[in-house]
Design a protein around this ligand. Structure first.
Ligand code: 5AD
Ligand code: SF4
Length: 449
């Protein structure tokens, strides 16, 4: 049924959704369907979308709705393009998506990705438009083959789901309760990746720091770092960390594990204790500052990044200012700034929200401006001209195949010209030494050695 067909997967969302997309791609490929880059070439357009903020919803709805009149692919065996929607948004909205989008055929959720082929089959054979969802606990999808975007980089989910119920967040409702994967399975999977030539492993979870609480009665994330480090993989990263669960043991690993990269994403969300409390974050800004101090002590050149929400219901200027001060003081290499987005079904959606939109936007712009200035200053300070960095090459820069793009240990983008007669893609997946000549706000420019 799927032989000689094509599929295109589009993701709007976080790394967990992207990882799910790799699994779906593996699943479709294993049935004989061929991945293509655009929906125009596809018999099956598959969307994997997160629902953490409204923007992703809007992008999905807009994209699918505008596809309605697109011509089917020349040579299509069905005379029709099938549209399937999954990920967090499928889990949340189910049948509603089919009601709203007349050209959507199939909806599936986060707990039953393996349902996609049989749902498509029903749509092809019986013209059925159906949403199939499974409630329940989060699960790993190791039974599905995966089709990684880059052969040298792998995401390895160590936990799925979330137990934290931050009051603004929909994730616990669509991903289910937290579930950890046994440590020996993680070690085996990491070793298999290394044996297959993977250079960088990113451990994934909504809150990796609480890893193991459900299995062992205590968090054991530091031990996960140890076993993954032992595989000898060149680079280890992880996301995301919840400040309330980041332990001294884990912080110490930044000093002791040579392949743990000096970069940490530690979402603060707010710099005001009152707002943190209303968000149910369960740490204080004092505790957060203490963590930053310890991290800098363990690893002086660590690159820190964070998430900040501006405009949480009822946030006055004073509390925003506390966030602004925190961001200014910590000096992040990168800050993901979000305007609060109301998610039905979460406690914050019931809270009184009377701050005018323009006021929130003005605060947001002020924060973005600060972030930009700090990132530029830090990039200059941390990367003095002449320093040599090992750079994992990801491919060519967008506009020029003779310029490579890659990532430094601190996860900064690095560009350099490749030797004459070579193409940047020849180096993709290798780690090369680059001497830094210039630091810009969002990238470094250097010379290949
Ligand atoms: N509105 C705005 N931002 C949100 N995030 C999560 N839920 C919301 C929401 N309702 C942000 C948080 C989180 C990141 C992944 O998305 O900052 O860390
Ligand atoms: Fe959402 Fe909070 Fe869980 Fe992160 S920790 S996924 S913000 S509920």
């Amino acid at each position: 049924m799927f032989e000689n067909t094509t599929f295109c997967i589009t993701t709007f969302g976080c790394q967990m959704n992207k990882h799910d997309a790799e699994r779906l791609s593996g699943l479709m490929s294993s049935l004989g369907s061929v991945p293509v880059q655009t929906n125009a070439e596809a018999d099956f357009s598959i969307f994997v979308t997160c629902c953490v903020r409204e923007k992703a919803d809007e992008r999905l709805m807009g994209t699918v709705a505008t596809m309605k009149n697109d011509p089917v692919r020349p040579g299509s065996p069905f005379g029709k393009r099938f549209v399937a929607i999954g990920g967090c948004i499928g889990q949340r909205d189910g049948q509603k998506l089919l009601d709203q989008l007349e050209n959507a055929d199939v909806v599936f959720g986060t707990h039953n990705m393996e349902a996609l082929p049989h749902l498509l089959q029903e749509a092809i054979e019986g013209g059925m438009r159906r949403a199939e969802l499974v409630d329940g606990r989060a699960e790993f999808h190791d039974d599905l083959p995966e089709d990684r975007e880059h052969p040298w980089a792998a995401w390895l989910p160590i936990t799925v789901g979330c137990n934290n119920f931050c009051t603004y967040c929909i994730v616990p409702y669509v991903r289910g309760r937290e579930l950890s994967r046994p440590i020996d399975e993680i070690a085996q999977q990491a070793q298999a990746y290394v044996d297959a030539g993977v250079k960088e492993i990113t451990l994934l979870g909504q809150n990796v720091n609480s890893y193991g609480r459900d299995l062992y009665g205590e968090p054991r994330f530091a031990q996960v770092l140890d076993v993954v480090s032992k595989t000898g993989v060149e680079r280890i990263r992880f996301a995301t960390s919840h400040p309330k669960d980041l332990t001294d043991e884990v912080i110490e690993r930044f000093a002791t594990l040579p392949n743990l990269m000096p970069a940490l994403h530690l979402p603060a969300q707010s710099g005001s204790n009152r707002i943190l409390k209303a968000m149910n974050r369960r740490y204080t800004v004092e505790h957060y500052r203490e963590l930053i101090e310890k991290l800098r002590k363990a690893c002086p050149d660590i690159a820190l990044s964070t998430d900040i929400i501006v405009g949480f219901p009822g946030e006055p200027e004073e509390d925003f200012q506390a966030t602004y001060d925190l961001v200014n003081e910590v000096g992040y290499n990168q800050v993901f700034t979000f305007i609060y987005s109301k998610r039905e079904g979460t406690p914050a959606a019931e809270m009184q929200d009377d701050t005018p939109r323009e006021v929130i936007q003005e605060r947001f712009d002020r924060l973005v401006d600060l972030v930009q200035r700090n990132a530029e200053r830090l990039n200059l300070e941390q990367n003095q001209a002449g320093v040599v960095l090992p750079v994992l090459v990801t491919g060519a820069s967008k506009n020029d195949p003779s310029i490579l793009a890659g990532k430094s240990p601190r996860n900064q983008t690095v560009h350099a010209r490749v030797p004459q007669g070579m193409s940047a893609s020849d180096y993709a997946g290798s780690i090369v030494d680059i001497r830094i000549d210039e630091a810009h706000t969002w990238y470094l420019w250097g010379t290949m050695l």
